[in-house]
Design a protein around this ligand. Structure first.
Ligand SMILES: Cc1cc2nc3c(=O)[nH]c(=O)nc-3n(C[C@H](O)[C@H](O)[C@H](O)COP(=O)(O)OP(=O)(O)OC[C@H]3O[C@@H](n4cnc5c(N)ncnc54)[C@H](O)[C@@H]3O)c2cc1C
Length: 537
């Protein structure tokens, strides 16, 4: 038998929070320093080998649809591996599905963002129902009676895996159904019908082409009522205690996100209650969309973080050509470049999360304009990022026993769902156009860095959004890219060590840094930048 040599030890047990310098700094800076102890405990739990294993198991044993029982009665249930339930239980216990609503305080969204960022590094599939439940709360509040009934269940932290009416469970989760076969981005094409009943509720008839986490206890759904497209809450069980008329037709066979079930469903007169004003369904449900879009930023930043932590860890231990990989100059450049991208994504995401904690006009503008912009850019960078990080591990990175293939397969989904790349960029154009003072507020934010490199980029951005052809859709991606890079540059100049900020500005604001990783120009302490991204002991 050959001797195993030159293989790195696994990166576990480790504390996913305390070993992450960038996240810790962001949590302090953005007003959630009070959550350090809880995040430290969560980070320790998530970094245990047995928790890491749960993520692998949940993906190795994907959910199974049970359409009928052995006698032919409809079941429409999805069976998950116990690891899925354990991870969801852990997430609920940490309040990741609702803590900013159940326990509102300054920094609550930031603290919750940090917690979900940690969770996503172990398993991203469970993140889906967590994100949707978190996002559902502001929408549900449009219907005070429904909110009074459902929010206590949503705020509860004792996960209940049983499939039974929500009133009999210790906690409830909420999903959403918007996308239909004929259209997802263009929600006005929704054809599901909502027929009013004498008791004030509605019966839904139609289908949804994507409805993830179908074992959630209720779903926010769009359907055409007599007064136009409206938002409804559709529970899995009727108030009378019967299974609601929701048939799960099949589960999607997905590229990644395999631990999570995404279903195609048909509604055959499903019981539902109106949420918000009839005919204002998109405006009502879009509030949920803002939060889930923030979660896409958190989720993708989290994938990048796990990928770069694994990459630096590997390179610290693996030797090639008589040197540790991290000491091979070209590899140092690649790692440092990945580190910059990851830090920029994390810093922007946590800063954005803070805007959800504040009610000032500035915070509202940041939420409205920067959420879709950050979702576009951060999510767009992640697939390429995870691929490059995988390559740092060489052949072992391509093997399923490492987490890298899972990170890579997971990476595109945040860009596609909740508004794909183009739709996000067009939304930024719309937001800038319709939000008074947005240009001024963004400019002030960029100028606060007092940095000539950021300023010249900010000038470019300002020129675009004040030009007569500023609404040219063909240029929307270019405009959004400029906004995000300028914001990331400004945040790093203000808050990161100068070697990080300088290398970011040199590569992203002046150079060619967005085309491939490992192209940092000389003159930067790349080793220090790479080390900062490595998991600190
Ligand atoms: C894993 C997964 C889980 C999902 N879960 C859910 C769920 O739980 N609930 C739910 O409702 N949906 C869910 N979705 C669906 C998702 O939100 C949609 O797929 C997404 O919104 C895009 O809609 P579409 O697929 O109909 O694509 P389309 O709307 O047909 O868009 C296709 C492409 O065209 C682009 N495009 C659209 N309009 C324009 C335009 N005007 N100009 C330029 N380009 C444009 C889009 O950016 C996109 O790239 C899920 C999707 C995935 C992959």
């Amino acid at each position: 038998m050959f001797e195993v040599q030159n293989q790195p030890p696994p990166l576990e047990p480790y504390n996913a929070f305390t070993s992450d310098v960038v996240l810790r700094e962001a949590v302090q800076r953005e007003g959630a320093g009070w959550a350090e102890n809880e995040l430290t405990a969560l980070g320790a739990t998530l970094g245990k080998p047995e928790t890491v294993q749960l993520g692998f198991d949940a993906n190795r044993f994907p959910p199974q649809l049970r359409t009928l029982d052995r006698f032919g009665h409809r079941l429409d249930e999805v069976e998950f591996h116990p690891s899925w339930h354990e991870l969801l239980g852990l997430a609920l216990k940490a309040g990741l599905h609702s803590s900013p609503w159940s326990d509102p305080k300054s920094g609550a969204h930031v603290a919750r963002a940090a917690g979900t960022y940690l969770l996503g590094q172990v398993e991203s599939g469970v993140y889906c129902p967590i994100a949707m439940t978190y996002g559902s709360v502001p929408t549900l509040r449009h219907a005070p009676a429904i909110a009074a009934e459902w929010l206590p269940r949503i705020f509860a932290r004792d996960y209940d895996r049983r499939f039974r009416p929500a009133r009999l469970k210790t906690a409830a989760l909420v999903g959403m159904g918007m996308t239909e076969n004929q259209g997802g981005s263009d929600l006005r094409t929704n054809s599901t019908r909502a027929q009013p009943s004498a008791d004030g509720s509605f019966r839904l008839y139609g289908h949804k082409w994507f409805m993830s986490a179908p074992m959630c206890d209720a779903f926010l759904v769009l359907a055409q009522s007599p007064n136009g497209l409206s938002c409804f809450l559709m529970p899995r069980w009727t108030p009378g205690g019967d299974r609601n008329a929701i048939q799960i037709l099949r589960l999607k066979d997905k590229l990644g996100n395999r631990s999570n079930a995404s279903s195609e469903v048909e509604f055959l007169g499903a019981y539902a209650q109106l949420v918000g004003e009839e005919g204002r369904g998109i405006a009502t449900i879009i509030e949920m969309g803002n939060y889930t879009r923030l979660d896409c930023c958190i989720g993708s930043s989290s994938l990048m973080r796990q990928a770069v932590a694994q990459a630096v860890h590997h390179a610290r231990h693996r030797t090639a050509f008589q040197k540790k990989l991290i000491d091979q100059p070209l590899m140092t450049n690649v790692l440092a470049d990945l580190a910059l991208e990851s830090e920029a994504a994390t810093v922007l995401t946590m800063w954005l999360a803070r805007a959800y904690d504040e009610e000032s006009e500035t915070a509202q503008i940041i939420r409205r304009v920067v959420t879709p912009a950050a979702k576009f850019w951060i999510c767009k960078r992640t697939p390429f990022f995870t691929y490059e990080a995988m390559e740092v591990l060489g052949g072992s990175g391509y093997i399923e026993e490492s987490i890298m293939p899972r990170l890579y397969r997971e990476a595109p989904v945040n860009s596609i769902w909740e508004g794909s790349g183009n739709v996000m960029c067009l939304d930024v154009l719309r937001a800038v156009e319709r939000t008074a003072r947005s240009a001024e507020v963004l400019r002030a934010e960029l100028d606060s860095a007092k940095d000539p490199r950021v300023k010249s980029f900010a000038d470019r951005f300002e020129k675009r959004i004040t030009a007569h052809d500023r609404s040219d859709e063909r240029q929307a991606r270019a405009l959004v890219r400029e906004l995000v890079l300028a914001l990331q540059g400004s945040l790093l100049v203000k808050h990161a060590p100068s070697n990080v900020a300088d290398a970011f500005c040199a590569s992203r604001l002046a150079g060619d840094g967005a085309s491939a990783f490992g192209l940092l120009p000389p003159g930067h302490d790349m080793r220090a930048i790479a080390e900062r991204a490595g998991p600190a002991s």
